[in-house]
Structures are given as C-alpha cells and as structure tokens.
Ligand binder design. Structure first.
Ligand SMILES: [Zn+2]
Length: 273
C-alpha cells in the first residue's frame, strides 16, 4: 500500500492491531479532521491525531497563546506566549510527525464561514468552550451532514458525545437552546482542572480515529460524563430519534445558521472567555 520503511516503523503499533492494520493506517493517512479551537480540548486532540498519522489536520482558532493557557493547553509552550494559537499548534504537530499536512485558519467560527471551513473535512472536533460556538458547530454539521465530536469541560467535570448523520441525536436534540447568558459560568470564571482537557480531548481523538478506521462503537446516542473528583464515568443513553428537533427533526425550523452572540467572536477559544 505504499508505506515507506519509516512509516511501517512509525505506525507499527497500529499496524499490529487487527482492528487497524495496514488498511486502517492508510485510512488514517488519507483522512482529514478539522479541530475547532486549539485550547484545552483541541490541544490533546490535535497531538494524538497527528501522532496517529491522520494525514490532514485543520485547526481553527483566532486567539493568541496566553500564559494562563499553558496549565492545560499542552500543544503550546512558554516560548509561544503571544503567538497565534494555530501557528503554535502547527509547529508542535509538524515537529511530531512530518507525514501530516496542517492547515491553519486564524479566525473564529461564525455563521458566514463555518460551512466553508468544514466542507473539505471528514470529521469535526468541537474544542470550543462556549455555547454559541457549540450550537453553531452542531447546526452546521447537521446541515452539511458532517460527523462531529462534541465536548465540554468545566471545573472537575467533562462530557462528550458523537454525532453521525442518520445515527442518533444531535446536540440540539438534547439541549434545545443555549442557556441564558451568564447562567453557566465559563472556565475563566469557574476554573477547570488542566488534566480534564487531556482526558476529554483525547477521547474526542479516539472517537475520530474509530470513525475513520470504522471500528468499534461510537458515542452516538449517548453522552459520556466524567466526574473527576468521584472518579466516575457514566454513559447516559439519549433518545434515539427526536422528531421535533428544530435542526435535525422531521420539520426543521432552523434552516439558517445562527450567531447567538454578537461578541461571540471574542470568546470562542477555550480559556479566553
Ligand atoms: Zn437534532
């Protein structure tokens, strides 16, 4: 299948797995994953996907690296403070694996650019930390029929679910509308344990790898929650089909993308709101 000796060695621990093998590794090398947000979730997701040999990785983030990011955003280093996050992330993962191509988009997602950003990718990772972005990513992925991994982290709690078109509920099936502004505190206001991004962001990367290779069961139709203080993972079953979902239901009422907050472009990157 045209692997170089170096690639056979680099990916040998994948290739030896019967679930992946040479075929699965080829699928990974041919795959394109877009990571929205190069923060607490996006950093570990990008690093594991790069190490795994996902051939094309896109990273969207309009922010620059701040010192307070480094407690959890492990793709950036002290020397990167002040640098664009997408640039810092690109440098880290290109150093890790020269096999991969990294595309950077130094912008925030909004209703006017998101469909264009996601259109050439096979799987989307939502690594943002605010509700306007999460609903926007959901709606855009439903409309464009793109699978994506949703995740959220705060304090010692994390959650994630996977949406695959036609296979279970979307994020809006479960959370109909964004909560009122200030109803839910942000990581900046309420804090987040740094390792949480590593746990949940790595699980997002795992979902992407499984989707690409086509093995195992995805988190479609259920929400995985993680309580770090109690050391409890729970898999909450979600309704299989929500006929009145305003975006993926039988009679969608949301047919255009919504920018919930005028100022959302300021706060899309984890750690910045
Ligand atoms: Zn839905």
């Amino acid at each position: 299948m045209g692997f170089s000796n170096e690639q056979l060695e680099r990916y040998s621990r994948h290739i030896i797995l019967k679930e992946i093998g040479v075929k699965g590794q080829k699928k990974l090398l041919d795959a394109r994953v877009l990571i929205i947000g190069a923060g607490g979730l996006g950093a570990p997701a990008a690093m594991y996907l790069a190490a795994a040999g996902v051939g094309t990785i896109g990273i969207v983030d309009g922010d620059v690296v701040e010192l307070s990011n480094l407690q959890r955003q492990i793709i950036h280093t002290t020397a990167d403070v002040g640098k664009a996050k997408v640039q810092s992330a690109k440098e880290t993962i290109e150093t890790m694996n020269p096999d991969i191509t990294v595309h950077t988009y130094q912008t925030y997602v909004h209703s006017q650019n998101i469909l264009e950003l996601i259109k050439d990718y096979d799987f989307i990772i939502d690594g943002t930390d605010n509700f306007p972005a999460k609903f926007l990513i959901n709606d855009a992925c439903v409309m464009a029929k793109k699978p994506f991994s949703h995740a959220g982290i705060l304090q010692f709690q994390g959650q994630l679910m996977t949406y695959v078109p036609g296979e279970g509920p979307c994020y809006r099936c479960i959370f109909r509308d964004p909560p009122p502004e200030n109803a839910v505190p942000s990581c900046k206001e309420a804090g987040v344990i740094g390792v949480m991004g590593g746990v949940i962001g790595s699980l997002q990367a795992m979902e992407a790898v499984k989707y690409i290779v086509g093995v195992g069961e995805l988190l479609t139709g259920c929400m995985l929650t993680y309580d770090a203080l109690k050391m409890k993972f729970r898999k909450v079953e979600l309704p299989e089909h929500v006929p009145d979902c305003p975006v993926c239901g039988e009679h969608p009422t949301i047919t255009q993308l919504i920018d919930y907050e005028q100022k959302s472009c300021r706060i899309l990157s984890e750690g910045k709101n």
